[in-house]
Structure formats: structure tokens, C-alpha cells
Design a protein around this ligand. Structure first.
Ligand SMILES: *[C@@H]1O[C@H](CO)[C@@H](O)[C@H](O)[C@H]1NC(C)=O
Ligand SMILES: *[C@@H]1O[C@H](CO)[C@@H](O)[C@H](O)[C@H]1NC(C)=O
Length: 298
């Protein structure tokens, strides 16, 4: 079915004073939040601005429907009546999603969103493995644009995800999670202590921008914790652990000794062989000498 095009001329004519820059990465998702004070009476929409007078409708929801999450394709909308926050989630972004968008209420407020989806080697999907009862360190390389942003770590158990910890506001330790930001190397790390089997799941490295009335969370790298085992852990850089490397050096020693013993045996055998040959030729010589001597003496 062809995509539904809605020409929502009046939204654009009504004009938009606010424009927010949102940065994301291929495969990532953004959560855009519009905070109080906003009144919600009619319908909330999110559309992609095509021309000056045309906005392609992506998701629209009646206020009465926003009590629960409303989904359409890669978009979700919901309204927290207690907090007075409208959230829009835009999932699985690709480079082609770069463009100008608008979120608003029909015949009400609106905000323009300048979304930029960029390629960066920092961002993508990572798979990690946990070891029962151990500490798992997950590092998130981030693009330079986010150097001063608040960093956060999510578990993607629901459509909006659950924030586990962030670098600002609350202390950098929460339950089994801790976070630290190395701005010089543009990487933040999250430690999960006492890893359990139910930690298996999908997580995300996140940056937060809350400087404007419209805030956003950019989920830029997906971390898949595939399994939690009780094997001996490998060291973080993938090298062998001490016991394993000790085992392999013992093997090398054994092989060296065996080769040395075999060489000694071979040398010994050769020596014995030559000794025998020498003795035999010595014997022959002796006999010849004796014979010639006896001839001489005759
Ligand atoms: C994300 O989008 C790409 C194309 O841009 C598609 O191939 C892929 O299946 C999508 N993944 C999910 C999880 O929807
Ligand atoms: C995570 O653990 C590593 C080693 O176990 C430690 O060096 C690092 O400081 C910890 N990071 C945080 C944020 O606790």
C-alpha cells in the first residue's frame, strides 16, 4: 500500500518558532520529550516536512488514545499524564531519515525538529558475554559532538527502554551499575557487578540533551548481552587467562624436553655406531698390521 500522504498546510502556516537539532546514528533511535506546560486537547501528530506547505504524516494520535502507547511503523507516541510529558520514539534510523520534522498538536503548539542521522565509526551494535557473579564492563565510544552531554545507559526491555544509570543528577552508582565518562578518549563505561542470568538482554549507550524545552535521548549503540555463563572468564582484551597461558607454557617445556631427549638419544646412537665401526676398522687394521709385520718378520 502506498504511504499515506497528508497535506497539513495549516500546521506550517501557523509557523514554528522552536527548532531543535537532534543527532542520531544509523540503527539508532531517538526519544524526543516535550515537557509541561502543554495542554493536550485534540490530536498529537509527527510529520516530515517535504516542502514549505507539505508535511508527510508519520503518526497521529487522539488525546484519548495517548493513555497508552500508540505505535505506527517505526514511531511511537505516548503521554504521561502524571508528569505532563509527551514522548515520541523514532526507531531504527537510517541516513535517509535526515531531514526536518514537526511535532505538535493540531491547532495548537508545535516544534520543528532538525534531525541529522550521521555515520560514525563509534556507533553500531556490539555483542558482549557475561560471567556469573563477575563484573561486566561495557564501554561506549561516542562521537565528539556529545563530549559535554550527559551520558546514560538503558535496558531496551520496553519500547521506550528503561534508564539504568546516568552521569549527572544522581550519583554515578546505582544498585549494581556504575558509570564513568572519559571525555579525553570519548568513551564512557558502565560496570555491571555481580552479573546474573536475567541480565541477558539488549542495552543501549545513550546521550541526553536537555538544554531546551524539547529534550531528547539519542540511543546510538546497541549492546547485546547474549549469554551469562559460569565458565572461567577471559580477560577483557580477549587474551588467555593466567592458568591457560601457564598450561600452554608447560606444554612448550614438555615438548622442548622431549625433543632434547630424542636429540640426545640420536647423538648417543650415532656415537655408539661410530665407536663400533671404529673398533671394527681398528680390529681390521690391527690384523693387517700384524700380518704385514709377520710378513716382514718372516
Ligand atoms: C532497520 O532498517 C533497515 C533498513 O533501513 C532494515 O533492513 C532492518 O530490517 C530494520 N531493522 C529492524 C529491527 O526493524
Ligand atoms: C569498572 O571496573 C574496572 C575494573 O574492574 C575499573 O577499573 C573501573 O574503574 C570501573 N568503572 C566504574 C565506572 O566503576
Amino acid at each position: 500500500m502506498k504511504k499515506l500522504f497528508l497535506i497539513i498546510t495549516f500546521y506550517l502556516i501557523s509557523g514554528s518558532v522552536n527548532c531543535i537539532d537532534v543527532i542520531s546514528y544509523p540503527g539508532g533511535r531517538v526519544v524526543i520529550e516535550i515537557k509541561n506546560p502543554i495542554s493536550i486537547r485534540s490530536s498529537v501528530y509527527f510529520c516530515k516536512i517535504k516542502t514549505q506547505t507539505e508535511c508527510e504524516n508519520l503518526i497521529t494520535a487522539q488525546v484519548s488514545d495517548l493513555q497508552t502507547v500508540v505505535h505506527k511503523d517505526r514511531f511511537s507516541l505516548f503521554y504521561s499524564f502524571t508528569e505532563g510529558i509527551i514522548s515520541l520514539i523514532f526507531r531504527n534510523l537510517s541516513l535517509q531519515d535526515t531531514g526536518m520534522y514537526q511535532i505538535g498538536e493540531i491547532r495548537g503548539w508545535n516544534h520543528n525538529i532538525n534531525l541529522r542521522v550521521k555515520s560514525d565509526p563509534c556507533c553500531g551494535t556490539k555483542t558482549v558475554k557475561g560471567y556469573l557473579g563477575q563484573t561486566l564492563m561495557i564501554s561506549c565510544s561516542y562521537p565528539v559532538e556529545f563530549k559535554t552531554n550527559t551520558k546514560s545507559f538503558y535496558r531496551l526491555d520496553t519500547i521506550a527502554g528503561t534508564e539504568l544509570i546516568r552521569t549527572s543528577g544522581t550519583q554515578p552508582h546505582q544498585d549494581r551499575f556504575s558509570i564513568s565518562d572519559d571525555r579525553r578518549n570519548k568513551v564512557f563505561s558502565v560496570n555491571i557487578t555481580d552479573v546474573r542470568e536475567d541480565d541477558v538482554g539488549v542495552y543501549s549507550c545513550v546521550v541526553i540533551n536537555e538544554e531546551t524545552a524539547v529534550s531528547y535521548h539519542s540511543l546510538f549503540t546497541v549492546i547485546q548481552l547474549r549469554e551469562v555463563t559460569d565458565d572461567t572468564p577471559e580477560s577483557p582484551d580477549g587474551t588467555l587467562t593466567k592458568s591457560e597461558s601457564a598450561g600452554s607454557s608447560i606444554n612448550i617445556i614438555i615438548i622442548t624436553v622431549v625433543v632434547f631427549v630424542l636429540l640426545l638419544l640420536a647423538v648417543g646412537l650415532v656415537l655408539i655406531f661410530y665407536k663400533l665401526r671404529c673398533k671394527r676398522s681398528q680390529g681390521l687394521l690391527d690384523r693387517n698390521v700384524l700380518e704385514s709385520l709377520s710378513e716382514v718378520s718372516i
